[in-house]
Design a protein. Structure first.
Length: 719
């Protein structure tokens, strides 16, 4: 399929570039076989690119010979290898995702718009030209109008209509089993086009498509003449400035287009694989060296062919290499058969591919992500549509970065008041650009009140305005207190009395700080996402149940960066599982049977007070009774725990074996056993949180097929 799509595009790009038609085919063959072999991208397809046509045309016209231009292509490949060695591929990672998605959507629209004339038999413009306006002043829309009003070919419309109808029907009707699942829709469309055109010649000759409406591959009289289509570069051009100027231009533009195309292909890869961009530059450089050495145009990764590759359900780069191989075999052995394929049939294939890249659903999804994503996306689509690929991407990147910069100028300070108590909270570092906002917030504090200045989320604060307002607040009778000032702020011994920080909570009651912090939390979440709280009312669908210790230093949602609604939580002293504990058993039943969580986590932690109390004794009351379950663990593992060299090591090992035993207890509960028996997706995980470095360390897992009686002692993770 990809070879069929690539062939007319190769010829069209060569025609628009002012190069021999076969030069485009050479670039397609090299892009498939050579670049496909060296590249690590599983789905990207390389070949001659429409984005380079203007550069190539100008270069060919300004050079003494086409062979001199080939020397520039070879040198461009060498420069690309140099880019790879300097790790320039990392630059593609700075392109906003909204711009990449916009590029895909724009190419989808361009494919549809550019192929409409070919679908109705108006084949004056070469395939593969994506610019909005051409040198003669004709643009994409005027070309469509001309095609519909001046040169409608009934045979082309019939073939394109039947082909499109089949492609969209086949997408839904294609069987998932049996031999027919291997039949590619585009191949059937090509057969429909060839046989249909032959049938028209028999039953309605005036509707039959002539050579101008068919693929036109260069044909040699015999196979032995085929090598004469290849051309060597003129190596004497290596000393010419124009050759080097062209080489640098080609290397930069081709590298940018390849990097963006590969990144875009990674976005639409169903398996979401990531390509090594530096290695891709190396592969592209090697491809351009080879293409230039045998007479081909410069190659880049091309999103149209790559999209067709994804659409064909390709799994690996073997598809890319086979596309190049089929191009080579077909133009060498059966060029006359290729020249029977109607351009309208191939137009139908490209229109269907374009639709998949720019479905209305894509625009709706970007709109729901907010204006910061939607506007760069739409601007990129419009810019590419009305200019060309590279100009449009540059415009999209500029707009995307404007939003990135604007995001850094968003509200950096939260202000909240509750009676005579106020809070001024810095959401992030405060620099000179935040002076006005800081001044405005500090001025809002009423006279004769208390203000808590929360710097806990910062690592730097510009102190000039801070000092100024400290004196003003003193005159206005405002008492200032601080919460966890930044480290660098502390080192700047200026206006913060550390003793005042420590005693501040005495004057501003602790519970007031909690209420003020809640107001700030609400304001910040609402500012970030106006629908945040309305979405919370819809219901909860957590994927995880967390069974952990009550220790105040262990915050499951914070240390796993889980958003509200993502985790159902139960906590008790020493993270114990006791089937007589109705609290835990009801939480477990609700999580597994109602919420359908997929993972249950039992997490212990370094320095657990319940574990140390069990080991050392001396407890009484309800806590002592609660820890009976922990004492059972201690009795079962006493020898191993006592064998540890230090007290800390004994506690650590006790923590680990306790998690192991509680996880096994959990697996034996009726709720979990019933879920396993029903085939419900559920896995149990034993983890340990090391407070010394903040890392969660996996200890063990239990699945439905785990034999509980064969579970051994866990490895040490708290070392």
């Amino acid at each position: 399929m990809v070879a069929l799509v690539a062939l007319p595009l190769c010829l069209g790009v060569a025609l628009a570039s002012g190069a021999p038609l076969f030069a485009g085919v050479i670039a397609g063959i090299v892009g498939g076989i050579a670049v496909g072999l060296f590249s690590k991208s599983p789905l990207s397809v390389s070949g001659p690119a429409a984005g380079l046509t203007v550069i190539v045309l100008a270069a060919i016209e300004s050079m003494p010979s086409y062979q001199m231009f080939l020397m520039a292509v070879v040198l461009a490949g060498v420069l690309q290898i140099g880019f790879s060695l300097t790790r320039a591929g990392i630059l593609s990672e700075f392109v906003p995702s909204s711009v990449i998605t916009g590029m895909l959507a724009a190419i989808g629209l361009i494919l549809i718009l550019k192929q409409i004339p070919h679908a109705v038999g108006f084949d004056r413009e070469a395939e593969g030209i994506f610019e909005f306006s051409t040198a003669n002043g004709v643009n994409t829309f005027s070309r469509i109008i001309d095609s519909l009003s001046a040169s409608v070919t009934p045979g082309a419309i019939l073939i394109a209509g039947i082909s499109l109808a089949f492609l969209f029907w086949w997408d839904g009707a294609k069987p998932k089993n049996g031999p027919l699942r291997f039949v590619p829709g585009p191949l059937v469309v090509v057969l429909i086009g060839v046989l249909g055109n032959a049938l028209l010649g028999a039953v309605k000759p005036d509707w039959q498509l002539q050579a101008t409406h068919l693929v036109q591959v260069p044909v040699t009289q015999k196979l032995s003449e085929f090598p004469t289509l290849f051309t060597l570069p003129d190596f004497s051009g290596i000393s010419m400035g124009i050759v080097w100027t062209t080489a640098v231009t080609l290397a930069i533009v081709a590298s940018l287009e390849s990097l963006l195309s590969v990144k875009a292909v990674d976005e639409i890869d169903p398996r979401r694989r990531s390509t090594d961009k530096n290695w891709e530059l190396l592969a592209q450089g090697e491809g351009n060296i080879l293409s230039g050495m045998i007479g081909g145009l410069p190659v880049t990764s091309v999103i149209v062919r790559s999209s067709a590759n994804v659409d064909a359900k390709a799994e690996s780069k073997l598809s890319t290499m086979l596309h190049g191989f089929w191009l080579l075999i077909s133009v060498a052995l059966i060029p006359s058969l290729l020249n029977l394929i109607p351009l309208s049939a191939l137009a139908a294939v490209l229109i269907a591919t374009g639709y998949k890249l720019t479905k209305p659903k894509l625009f709706l999804e970007r709109y729901k992500q907010g204006w910061t994503q939607f506007i760069p996306f739409v601007v990129t689509v419009g810019a590419i549509l009305f200019t060309d690929l590279l100009e449009g991407i540059v415009i999209g990147i500029v707009v995307g970065f404007v939003f990135v910069i604007a995001r850094n100028f968003r509200t950096a300070i939260t202000f909240a008041c509750d009676g005579d108590d106020c809070l001024v909270r810095a959401r992030r570092n405060l620099y000179f650009i935040h002076k006005y906002e800081l001044q405005k917030s500090l001025n809002r504090v009423p006279d004769n009140t208390q203000v808590l200045i929360d710097l806990s989320s910062t690592s730097y604060v510009d102190l000039e305005q801070y000092r100024h307002h400290q004196r003003i607040h003193q005159r206005r009778g405002i008492s200032r207190y601080h919460r966890q000032p930044a480290r660098r702020y502390r080192r700047q011994a200026c206006c913060v009395d550390q003793r005042a920080i420590e005693r501040g909570s005495v004057h501003m009651r602790r519970y007031k700080q909690l209420l003020l912090a809640n107001k700030a939390w609400v304001a910040e979440h609402t500012d970030e996402n106006p629908d945040f709280f309305s979405r919370q009312t819809v219901g909860q669908k957590p994927e995880f149940l967390w069974i952990g210790c009550s220790d105040s230093r262990v915050s499951p949602e914070q240390m796993t960066m889980t958003q509200p609604g993502g985790m159902f939580i139960h906590r008790n002293i020493a993270n114990l599982v006791n089937d007589h504990d109705l609290n835990l058993m009801s939480v477990l039943q609700y999580a597994v049977d109602v919420l359908k969580v997929k993972h249950v986590i039992v997490c212990g932690h370094h320095g657990c007070g319940g574990i140390m109390g069990t080991l050392q004794g001396g407890l009484d009351g309800p806590v002592d009774e609660w820890l009976d379950t922990a004492r059972e663990v201690l009795r079962d593992h006493r020898d191993e725990i006592d064998a540890q060299p230090t007290e800390e090591a004994k506690v650590n090992r006790f923590v680990e074996v306790n998690v192991r035993d509680q996880l096994v207890r959990l697996a034996r509960t009726k709720t979990v056993q019933d879920a396993f028996a029903k085939g419900q997706e559920l896995a149990l995980h034993g983890w340990v949180y090391d407070m010394r470095d903040g890392h969660i360390k996996p200890l063990m897992e239990i699945a439905a097929d785990t034999v509980l009686d064969e579970i051994g002692r866990p490895e040490k993770v708290l070392v």
